[in-house]
Ligand binder design. Structure first.
Ligand code: NAP
Length: 258
């Protein structure tokens, strides 16, 4: 069965690995192409946008895709909406593979905000030392609060003109560990952490380290979760794909064993 995995996450990579080892499936992994040197994957990989929902639907037709797994990041709302629209148009089954959000724990000092602009406003007027760990795409929004000192951490650098004026850049890819995160927060005399509620283990250490040091975290909440079938792990996604093979859906069953 030919499947499309929309990726860019640890879970998508894990599903790529699991499905590569299962001869019942012929998976393709799609990446947006934001990272110049993405990891290597054991399945065919397609890099770059499709050109919107209708073009994605056309691509699904052309590639004889029988099921779509949206394993994109919880904050990647546009591609998720496109995936839903395209799957609906072609009457294809769609599964959302999305990790759980982080949950507030005793000792956490979170201020929950709905979006990036609210996070900027929440920093307030007085100058603070801010650890900004929201990826590189929306760093530019913090130029609206130039009174703060920012330590910006991302995988690849944002455009220079997107950075706030008082800013240092750290280029690192996770996973991170709690001891090192604690040392960083202390060495940089950070007053407040700004993070997206991405969930998962790879970047949780900064949240745990902030808790340990009693630092506040401005936590940007996720966009509304896409509706429909959702699982939380790559293994559960494999179960869903196996279930599909056993049930009639647009010729899926007839492809069993192909
Ligand atoms: P987005 O706003 O939802 O998507 C913007 C456009 O990028 C989409 O309309 C689509 O272009 C293209 N695109 C996104 N994901 C794609 C994929 N997996 N395969 C092919 N095209 C894709 O997404 P984003 O927030 O820019 O995130 C881009 C990618 O980075 C996502 O794949 C996501 O999983 C990953 N990521 C995002 C974050 C985050 O915080 N947003 C964090 C870590 C990883 P067309 O309309 O032209 O098809």
């Amino acid at each position: 069965m030919r499947i499309l995995i929309l990726g860019g996450t640890t879970e998508a990579s894990e599903l790529a690995r699991l499905s590569a080892g299962d001869q019942r499936f012929s998976p393709t992994l799609a990446l947006a192409g934001r990272i110049a040197a993405p990891a290597q994957f054991p399945i065919p990989c397609r890099v770059g946008g499709f050109g919107g929902a209708e073009r994605l639907a056309d691509w699904l037709d052309a590639e004889h895709i029988r099921a779509v797994v949206d394993a994109t990041h919880p904050f990647a709302a546009r591609i998720s909406a496109n995936a839903r629209a395209a799957a609906q148009r072609r009457e294809l089954p769609l599964l959302v593979l999305r990790r759980d959000p982080w949950k507030l724990t005793d000792g956490d000092r979170w201020v929950r905000v709905p979006d990036i602009d609210a996070a900027v406003a929440e920093l307030g007027l007085g100058a603070q030392r801010v650890f900004l760990t929201i990826g590189r795409q929306h760093v530019g929004a913090f130029r609206a609060a130039p009174q703060h000192d920012y330590l910006v951490r991302c995988i690849e650098p944002p455009a220079p003109n997107a950075l706030p004026p008082r800013c240092r850049l750290l280029l690192h890819r996770g996973p991170f560990d709690i001891e090192a995160e604690g040392e960083l927060l202390q060495a940089q005399a950070i007053d407040v952490v700004v993070a997206k509620n991405s969930g998962g283990a790879a970047t949780y250490a900064k949240i745990a380290a902030a808790r340990r040091l009693g630092l506040p975290v401005i936590m940007i909440e996720r966009p509304v979760e896409p509706a429909g079938a959702t699982v939380r792990s790559a293994r559960a996604a494999m179960d869903w794909l196996s279930y599909l093979l056993g049930h009639d859906h647009k010729g899926v069953a007839s492809e069993r064993g192909v």
